[in-house]
Structures are given as C-alpha cells and as structure tokens.
Design a protein around this ligand. Structure first.
Ligand code: NAG
Ligand code: NAG
Length: 278
C-alpha cells in the first residue's frame, strides 16, 4: 500500500515536469536602453523539457498579453532563448533595448508562471531644456557639452542639430559632409551617455544655435565666436618700449657728451671761447 503511494507520488512528480524556480513571484529588473537584459526563468531541474512554455508580455495599449517572438513585431531579431543545451533554462535575452521594452513579462509554463517587471532607464539629459552660452575663438576648437545623468545609458534618437539662419531650418551636423566635414567628433567612446561634440578649426560661420536632441528632450547651446587674439595687443607695447629705449639712449648720450673731458675751456684776449679738441 505504502509502496503504491510512493510510486504514484514519483509518477506524478515526473509528469509534472518543470518546476519553475521563483514560481508565481514577481521579479524586478532594471536595464539600460541600448543594452541587453537576461530575463531569468528556469525549472529546478534544468534537464526537464517544459510543456506549454511561452514568453508573453502585457501590451498595455490594447490591454492584452501577447506572445514574444523573434520572428516578427517589436522583438524581431532581438530576443534569444538558451534552452538548446539545458531545456529547462527558459531565460530570455533581449538586446538593443528601447524604452518600449519596459513592462510586465510572463514566463508561462503550463499552469505556472513567473512575472518579471522590467524597468528601462533611458537618457536623462543633464541641463535638459536649458540654454548654455559658450564662447570660443576662431581657429581653435570647442567642446559642446551634452550628457545623460547616467553615462552608461545609450540614448535613443540622439542627434546634434544646428539652426541654419539662412534657410531657417534645423540641420543635422555631420562629419561626413557640409560645413562640418572632418571637423566634428563625438567623444562617447568610453561612456555611451557622453554625447559631447568637439568642433575644431572653428570659423565665424560656426557661431549660432546648436541642439543636442535626445528623443523628446534637448539642450540648446548658443556658441559665440571671437576673433583669434593673435599677438595684436603686443605690437603697440613693443613700439612704446622701443621709443622709450631710444629716449633713454639719447639722454645717456647727451649726459655723457656734456661731461666729456676732451671738451676744454680757455680764455683769450677777445673773450671766452669754447673749442672742441675732438
Ligand atoms: C540560462 O542560460 C543563460 C544564458 O546562457 C545563463 O546566463 C544562465 O545562467 C542560465 N541559467 C541557469 C539557471 O543555468
Ligand atoms: C565627456 O567627454 C569629454 C571628452 O573626453 C570630457 O572632457 C568630458 O568631461 C566628458 N563629460 C562627462 C560628463 O564625463
């Protein structure tokens, strides 16, 4: 009798298949836009092949739970499963994250599930919606500052634009062509959230209104250009120095010549006379 129960228990347990770790729980995960995230979901026994397994996401717009597919839709070519080696590992890797990827995910296995609440951190511009005034010199270079509070976020829809006052349009700044060809450089190599723009070989035309645009937010930079200060202010100074030196030399010369011992004084019958013995 006891053995029958025991066997029944084993049979039930085996047929149950996947026992989700953290089943019926809600996990909170935060990720950065532009990056990737692994949503963990796995069976206690990684060798079990779960039945009726699906990843779903709540679509808040249409108030429905939709299956996530790599083949089409929002997640096309961005999601990946790892259950090839261990069929019980149902974790989902989502890459090239966008803000729309935030929300409620369901790892559904037959009658059980895990809920993962994914929060996405996007770029929050420092000084957003503000106007910064920067002055630079023609011929030099300038760094237009623009960065996210979190330097590790990769901003979406990021562009540098400039107001073209002639055509009354905002134009994208490109290193490849136009006025800024080979003169602009992004410095975001190490930190994707540093969007600062370096402009070199500045000309007067570079002055104006620049926009660091990130999706729905921006920073405005008003760049003013000044003439390169060359060595102009030093020329009058040099001239004055030369004149003063001349005067000093002249005065010294006069003093030394009047004290010259070669100059003699003598008297004659017809009066005093000065004669130079030089
Ligand atoms: C599931 O697979 C992913 C990707 O290979 C791995 O990072 C993760 O550790 C695995 N989970 C478990 C529980 O083995
Ligand atoms: C962004 O990069 C530039 C150039 O490397 C650097 O001077 C600046 O300090 C950086 N900004 C931040 C906020 O790290």
């Amino acid at each position: 009798m006891l053995l029958t129960f025991y066997l029944l228990f084993i049979v039930l347990h085996v047929s149950e298949g996947c026992n989700l770790v953290n089943r019926e729980q809600v996990l909170d995960i935060t990720a950065h836009t532009g990056g990737s995230v692994l949503l963990p979901c796995y069976c206690t026994d990684l060798q079990t092949t779960p039945e009726g397994f699906r990843w779903n996401k709540d679509n808040t717009k249409i108030d429905r739970r939709e299956e996530i597919s790599s083949g089409s839709g929002q997640y096309r070519d961005r999601v990946q499963l790892f259950n090839g080696h261990s069929p019980g590992n149902l974790s989902l890797l989502i890459s090239h994250l966008t803000e729309e990827d935030g929300g409620i995910y369901w790892c559904d296995v037959r009658d059980s599930f895990i809920i993962i609440r994914l929060t996405l951190k996007g770029c929050n511009l420092v000084n957003r919606e503000q106007v910064l005034d920067i002055t630079a010199h023609t011929g030099g270079s300038v760094l237009l500052p623009c960065y996210c509070t979190d330097l590790q976020t990769t901003p979406e829809g990021f562009r540098w634009n400039k107001d073209n006052t002639k055509t009354d349009r905002r134009e994208e700044i490109s290193s490849g062509s136009g006025q800024y060809r080979d003169r602009v450089q992004l410095v975001n190599g190490h930190s994707p959230g540093n969007l600062s723009l370096l402009i070199s070989h500045l000309t007067e035309e570079d002055g104006g209104i620049y926009w660091c645009d990130v999706r729905d937010s921006f920073i405005i930079i008003r760049l003013t250009l000044k003439e390169c200060p060359k060595s102009l202010p030093y020329i009058p100074f040099a001239v004055i120095t030369v004149i003063v030196l001349h005067i000093i030399v002249a005065v010294v010369y006069l003093i030394t010549t009047t004290k010259d011992p070669a100059r003699g004084h003598y008297s004659t019958a017809d009066g005093d006379g000065v004669v130079s013995l030089e």
